[in-house]
Each structure stands twice: as structure tokens, then as C-alpha cells.
Design a binder for this molecule. Structure first.
Ligand code: HEC
Length: 119
């Protein structure tokens, strides 16, 4: 009897784990886009995923994304949003790498829709 109870509990935990994984993938509800600042959220995402090619020194494709003033140019001309969403007519970014996570894309889009503040 004890053993069965244990199995049920373990089974429940396992099922909950699977359910959570699927849930997370379908609905990134744990993606916090409430407060998306340039310095706290956007700059680190860009630094991790883009600066290897788009630092001031690297400047691949003539695109510099290091620092607020540099990235703002590419926000204002609409190229960043198109590139990270792999929209047709844009070069898909990051180049030769998987798309950014949907959470990171949401954060960048939220920041842009907030007017891309330098905060
Ligand atoms: C491995 C190098 C590499 C990485 C990493 C990379 N890029 Fe690029 N990016 C390029 C090159 C090269 C070009 C210019 C050639 C082209 O447009 O395909 C470019 C072009 C762009 C453009 C102009 C695209 C257009 O259609 O006008 C934007 C905007 C851009 N990158 C943003 C990003 C962002 C944002 C990231 C990070 C999420 C990123 N890139 C990561 C190499 C890279």
C-alpha cells in the first residue's frame, strides 16, 4: 500500500514536470516584460547575442549595436525588429544562429514599443 502511494506521488511529480515544460514552451507566461530597461535588460541581451559581430570594433555589415546611441539608430530605422523576427526583407539575426528566445524577442519588442528609452 505504501509503495503504491509512493508511486502515485512520484508519478504526479513527473507528470507535473512534463506539463510545466510544455506549458512554458507554449505560453511564456513566466517571461517578465513589465519593466524592460535598456541598461538592465536590453543591453545584456544584445551583448550576449549580437556584439560578437556588432560591437563598435567588429562592425559587421556596417551595423554597430554597442551603446544606446548606436542601437537606437537600428531601432528607429526598423531593422532590428525585422531582423530578430526573421521577417522577409530582413537579414535574419543572429546570423547563422538560432532565433532569440521568444521571451527575449518579447522584451526587445516591449522596449521598442515603449519608445526605446535610454533607462
Ligand atoms: C555571426 C555574426 C552576427 C551576429 C551574431 C549577429 N549579426 Fe547582425 N549582421 C551580421 C552581418 C554580417 C550583417 C550584414 C549582412 C547582412 O545583412 O546579412 C548583419 C546585419 C544586421 C542588421 C541589418 C539587417 C537588415 O536587414 O538590414 C541588423 C539590424 C542586425 N544585424 C542586428 C543583429 C542583432 C540584433 C543581433 C543579435 C540578436 C545580430 N545582428 C547578431 C552578422 C551578425
Amino acid at each position: 500500500m505504501k509503495r503504491i502511494a509512493l508511486l502515485i506521488i512520484l508519478g504526479g511529480l513527473f507528470a507535473a514536470g512534463c506539463y510545466y515544460d510544455v506549458e512554458e514552451e507554449l505560453y511564456p507566461s513566466n517571461c517578465d516584460t513589465d519593466i524592460v530597461t535598456y541598461s538592465g535588460v536590453i543591453a545584456p541581451i544584445i551583448s550576449t547575442n549580437c556584439l560578437v559581430c556588432h560591437s563598435t570594433a567588429a562592425n559587421l555589415g556596417g551595423v554597430r549595436l554597442e551603446g544606446y546611441n548606436a542601437i537606437k539608430i537600428w531601432v528607429d530605422n526598423g531593422r532590428i525588429a525585422g531582423a530578430i523576427n526573421h521577417q522577409s526583407g530582413f537579414s535574419p539575426m543572429p546570423q547563422n544562429a538560432p532565433k532569440l528566445s521568444s521571451c527575449n524577442i518579447s522584451k526587445i519588442e516591449k522596449w521598442i514599443s515603449d519608445g526605446a528609452p535610454n533607462n
